[in-house]
Design a protein around this ligand. Structure first.
Ligand code: SAM
Length: 295
């Protein structure tokens, strides 16, 4: 949340390893499917090359690591890194079950721990917005790349253009006094999903981290937020800005939960597609940047 200063990633990592892992797992069929549509655009536009050594930053369940291993072929090698041990455990299991041999998964805070390398290609699908110090984290990524190595990442654009997240937060804000993240015991996910939404800020962060030839391309897609209104309400209250406010507000939010759910259901009605699924406009940046060439 914006009203809190984060000195390191301890709290965010604890959140990703507990409540956020549980919620991401429960609604994986919504979250990962939505993120995959953006990730697929980024990989199609700037794919790794055959045989590349690849780093997947904040790899979650490791599905993008497996995808990159497939795109770059059997002579490639992918290292998926995530600060949350439970994601890495899941990623290892899933890759083993899928029989994908050229991937490995490592528990590490991308901001503070060695990332090995050198890599030819680093990738992140919504995995770079949660660092307390994004310049330090991306400098670490850049130092793990070979000269002229590539970074491709997908980050959310502004909340206003991610209508379900924006408007579901507005519903909660109308009913719940804004909690102070500094005073709440609830774990937050650090700077948060929209911390790289500003193109100038993000390109400045990358430049300060030592990247060159930085480009951001806006990608707008429709995003499934629930198979029906009830699931859309659950998803809004599971992960994202509305969910974060409800968690931090604690009893203040629980007291009005029936009203929050009623208003979110009404909001979902505005986004009901012909099939009955709830689909809302969403928007992200596909960012590319390069480590300086040698010499
Ligand atoms: C929104 S999830 C995205 C996961 C995955 N990339 C995907 O698209 O499904 C963000 C991920 O970043 C990880 N993460 C957050 N802070 C991190 C850090 N400092 N170092 C490494 N991973 C981190 C979280 O544990 C989580 O798995």
């Amino acid at each position: 949340m914006a009203d809190k200063v984060y000195v390191d990633n301890t709290e965010a990592t604890a959140a990703w390893n507990t409540v956020l892992f549980d919620r991401f797992s429960q609604y994986r069929h919504i979250f990962v499917v939505a993120l995959k549509r953006f990730g697929d655009v980024a990989i199609a536009e700037g794919p790794p090359r055959a045989g590349d050594r690849i780093l997947d930053i904040g790899c979650g369940f490791g599905d993008t690591a497996q995808q990159l291993a497939q795109v770059a072929g059997p002579s490639s090698h992918v290292v998926g890194v995530d600060a949350a041990e439970r994601f890495i455990d899941a990623a290892r299991d899933e890759a083993a079950r899928a029989g994908v041999e050229n991937v490995e998964f490592v528990v590490a805070d991308v901001q503070t721990e060695p990332l090995s390398g050198p890599y030819d290609y680093a990738f992140a699908r919504m995995g770079t917005m949660f660092f307390a110090n994004p310049v330090a984290a991306l400098r670490n990524v850049r130092q793990s790349l070979r000269p002229d190595g590539t970074l491709t990442m997908v980050v959310w654009r502004r909340k206003l253009d991610n209508e379900w997240m924006q408007r579901s937060e507005e519903v909660v804000d109308r009913l719940v006094p804004k909690p102070n993240a500094e005073e709440s015991d609830a774990l937050t996910c650090g700077p948060g999903p929209f911390s790289m939404a500003n193109a100038d800020t993000t390109s400045d962060i990358l430049r300060a981290a030592g990247f060159e030839r930085i480009a951001l391309r806006r990608v707008d897609l429709d995003m499934l937020v629930g198979q029906d209104a009830q699931e859309a309400v659950e998803v809004a209250l599971a992960l994202g800005p509305a969910a974060e406010t409800v968690r931090l507000a604690g009893d203040d939010a629980e007291r009005v939960r029936p009203l929050i759910e009623r208003d979110l259901r009404a909001l979902a009605g505005e986004y009901t597609s012909a099939s009955g699924a709830i689909v809302a406009p969403a928007s992200a940046w596909v960012v590319s940047a390069h480590a300086p060439a040698a010499g």
